[in-house]
Design a protein around this ligand. Structure first.
Ligand SMILES: Nc1ncnc2c1ncn2[C@@H]1O[C@H](COP(=O)(O)OP(=O)(O)O)[C@@H](O)[C@H]1O
Ligand SMILES: [Mg+2]
Length: 403
């Protein structure tokens, strides 16, 4: 499937010498050096990006890293200096004024951190603003605006004035305004940053529901890691205009590409983000119910694990046998007589924390394929070493205090 949105080698330079600055950036000079030599700021530096339809792609980075500039390049509120930008395979940078107008009217909507609501117009009129600009008639405008307001939980406030709404509610009006036009792509530049944490959490959950309902592709900017992890199907970490790492949340947290990325992720409780799928292994032997304890012991020692799964002849899980159970067993006993039933099972995206909280530290966890057969497994030892590694990394970061 072709990408909904893609960028290749995108640059944006502010200042007197854009071409020279791009040349220097291509040659490997960094932002500071380029500024010193040319007086120009490389705000977006060689960004490559593919966003699939209905994906929530999160861009995260410190203030000044280029997030706003990048997202404004997508609808050409800011004109990129060089590179390629495609939406639905169409070259956006070649679009003429009419093409650009159509793009902004029909495909791309934007939500900012601070909405300027018209103080003397009702909430519904504010939500209908984008429709009015599009020339939609009054009755349809009202209907669509009210529908969008209902979607964001403000149906009862349609005829109120903005001054009667709290900051969080006003922010919802802004979201309703963007949704009312049923955009294919929603660009959101720190839309929840000004909200207090509880309301912010609500809005994040609502956005996930709204995204399903409106089937939009979303590019979401934030400098908050928890927000990024909650919302993102993939997260890009941006620094000095460049993407340092792009990946799904568990990869950003579990395998940060460098100290900059790791620093972003260090405060996260990794056990909530590292998933079973990430540490599961396919090379562990399975036991048959008819095997003897002595043979099972040998397999367990060879595999250097704390337990093994027992499977039927189709590979479906029956139970598990732990090292402790084998120690106390008659060597001639059958596995089926000493195993614990049933086997623990988990999903690839089950966080380690869920396994720990279930108190399931003594037995291996089976990951099943869609036929219900054992596809991979996580030994208690795998789990502990993953947690220990994460903790060691946290310690290093704290001690090292990397910038
Ligand atoms: N209009 C502008 N003129 C000059 N420099 C700018 C302009 N807009 C942004 N910049 C610079 O570009 C860089 C990226 O800024 P911005 O995209 O606003 O970052 P972020 O949204 O991540 O905080 C910063 O160094 C900023 O100072
Ligand atoms: Mg910004």
């Amino acid at each position: 499937m072709p990408a909904k949105l893609s960028m290749q080698g995108l640059y944006k330079v502010f200042g007197p010498a854009p071409e020279e600055a791009v040349e220097l950036a291509r040659g490997g000079s960094d932002k500071d050096e380029i500024y010193r030599r040319t007086g120009s700021v490389v705000a977006v530096n060689n960004v490559n990006l593919e966003v699939a339809a209905r994906e929530i792609f999160v861009v995260m980075g410190l203030s000044g890293s280029g997030k706003s500039t990048l997202v404004r390049c997508i609808n050409r509120l800011i004109e990129p200096t060089s590179g390629q930008l495609l939406i639905d395979g169409q070259d956006v940078l070649q679009a003429d004024e009419e093409g650009l107008r159509q793009l902004r009217l029909n495909k791309v909507s934007m939500v900012f951190q601070h909405f300027a609501l018209f103080p003397h117009r009702t909430v519904a009129e504010n939500a209908a603003y984008g429709l009015k600009v599009r020339g939609v008639g009054a009755a349809e405008r009202r209907a669509k605006a009210v529908e969008a307001l209902e979607a964001v939980g403000l149906g009862a406030w349609a005829d109120a004035l903005p001054a009667n709404l709290s900051g969080g509610m006003q922010q919802r009006v802004g979201l309703a305004r963007a949704l009312a036009v049923d955009p294919e792509i929603l660009l959101m530049d720190e839309p929840f940053s000004a909200l207090d944490p509880l309301i912010r959490r609500d809005m994040q959950n609502e956005l996930l529901a709204l995204q399903e309902r409106y089937a939009a592709t979303i590019v979401f900017i934030t400098h908050d890691l928890h927000e990024a992890l909650t919302l993102g199907s993939r997260i890009a970490i941006m620094r000095d205009g460049a993407f340092m790492q792009v990946g799904p949340p568990e990869e950003i947290v579990g395998a940060p590409a460098d100290d900059y990325v790791a620093n972003f992720t260090k405060e996260v409780d990794r056990s909530r983000v590292i998933t079973l799928g990430r540490i599961a292994r396919r090379d562990r032997p399975l036991l048959a119910p008819s095997e003897e304890a002595a043979a099972a012991s040998r397999k367990l020692q060879d595999a250097e694990v704390q337990g093994l799964l027992v499977a039927d002849s189709n590979g479906k899980p029956l139970g598990s046998v732990s090292a402790t159970a084998l120690l106390g067993a008659d060597p001639a006993a059958k596995v089926e007589d000493i195993m614990e039933r049933p086997a623990l099972t988990g999903e690839r995206d089950t966080p380690l924390a869920a396994v720990l909280e279930a108190g399931a530290l003594g037995a291996p966890v089976a990951l099943l394929d869609n036929q219900g057969r054992i596809d991979a497994s996580v030994d208690p030892g795998d789990l502990l070493s993953a947690l220990a590694a994460a903790r060691a990394e946290d310690q290093n970061l704290r001690v090292g205090g990397t910038a």
